[in-house]
Ligand binder design. Structure first.
Ligand SMILES: *Cc1c(COP(=O)(O)O)cnc(C)c1O
Length: 381
């Protein structure tokens, strides 16, 4: 049996006519930049993520960059984030001349550990604290970071929060006695519409969301080279616009997002069940915290035999991926930060043991059983 990590062709075949029609309408209109579809998508995503404002941008990376720029991040600043994430999170901080500073993850969830964040802040000098521009929790694999703990810590130190929700559109966590959606808790939330995200375009795209009118206005201007009115520049921004074609496709796909998410969740539950017999301290399935809505952009298991298991699955036709093989603090480009191996043991351990299994919505029960059987046999032998 051949099982890809993600099957976008299966998804496309279900909505092909709608997508082609939506793209065709854009072609007929010949309006490609910041038109009615981008505006409509912005209002739909604002509603979906339960935020007041949303702005379509060119990618998840540019969403992060724009958010950091709107908070005035620049040379000499510090931005705190997790060492276990996709490169863009840390890359955007460095691109603005600020210093990425890391706090280790909670091994149960792969997300930044609020206690490590608090310890880091406690150890900072007041001079360093004055330079901390923001904290970026990443909602990795589709489960939100522990915002209930992170927000009070950031408030105590007066720090802004940018949520990297690139993998987490529609995920929820307990907050303030209720439940809140990814992107709606921090000062700014960032989404990616990269094709492999739960809501993926036919190319690059992203979105920033906020409840803060001032930040919204700032980002709106920075998205078009800081221009307001046109050709008069109040600040140096960039071209961070979302295309009308992407917005048209995303508007079609958004209608299916919850159905797809439910299919991912169902697949995850089937894995959980099929693999429950081999769970031990040496093999773990993903932990879902009580009250959280995990949207399973990835279903990541953990085992010390990860590399051999990956080969075993590949030899039997099952594709997997390692997210991520090298934590940020050990990346060559960040050597100047002065971190060394052992600085963030949980992130380093996760990089050695985590493996993402196929969990895409169109995956059938036979594929899940086949994959789980291979894993069970491998772990028990
Ligand atoms: C995908 C991703 C990004 C970047 O999004 P792009 O649209 O690919 O630029 C940023 N952070 C995380 C955690 C991601 O998974």
């Amino acid at each position: 049996m051949n099982i890809p990590l993600l099957d976008l062709k299966a998804q496309y075949s279900q909505i092909k006519d709608e997508i082609r029609q939506a793209v065709d309408e854009v072609l007929e209109s010949q309006q490609f930049i910041l038109g009615p579809r981008v505006s409509e998508l912005e209002s739909e995503i604002a509603t979906y993520s339960r935020c007041k404002y949303a702005l379509g941008v060119s990618s998840g990376t540019d969403a992060l960059l724009l958010a950091l720029m709107a908070l005035g991040t620049g040379h000499g600043d510090i931005v705190i984030t997790t060492p276990y994430t996709f490169f863009a999170t840390a890359g955007c901080i460095a691109r603005l001349g600020a210093k990425p500073v890391f706090a280790d993850i909670d091994p149960a969830t792969f997300n930044i550990d609020p206690r490590k964040l608090e310890t880091l802040l406690e150890k900072m000098t007041s001079e360093e604290l004055s330079r901390v521009r923001a904290v970026i929790p990443v909602h990795l694999f589709g489960q939100m970071a522990d915002m209930q703990s992170i927000v009070p810590i950031c408030r105590k130190y007066g720090l802004k929060i940018i949520e990297d929700a690139a993998q987490a559109i529609g995920s929820e966590c307990p907050f303030g006695g209720g439940v809140q959606r990814a992107g709606s808790i921090g000062d700014i939330g960032c989404f990616s519409f990269f094709p492999s995200k739960n809501l993926g375009g036919i190319g690059d795209g992203g979105m920033v969301v906020t409840n803060d009118a001032d930040l919204y206005e700032k980002m709106k201007i920075l998205r078009v080279h800081g221009s307001s009115p046109k050709y008069y520049h109040r600040a140096v921004g960039g071209n961070f616009r979302l295309d009308e074609i992407q917005a048209a496709v995303l508007l079609v796909k958004l209608k299916y997002l919850d159905t797809w998410t439910e299919a991912r969740q169902k697949n995850a539950r089937i894995y959980d069940e099929l693999l429950s017999g081999v769970v031990s301290e040496h093999f773990r399935t993903p932990a879902v915290l009580p009250g959280y809505r995990h949207i399973y952009n990835q279903y990541c298991i953990r085992t010390a035999k990860r590399d051999d298991l990956k080969v075993h699955l590949r030899e039997n036709g099952v594709a997997t991926e390692i997210y991520y093989p090298l934590p940020m603090h050990l990346q060559e480009c960040f050597r100047y930060l002065g971190y060394k191996k052992g600085d963030f043991p949980e992130a380093e351990e996760a990089a050695l043991t985590s493996l993402a299994l196929p969990v895409y919505p169109e995956m059938g029960a036979d594929g899940l059983e086949y994959t789980a059987d291979l894993i069970r046999n491998f772990i028990m032998r």
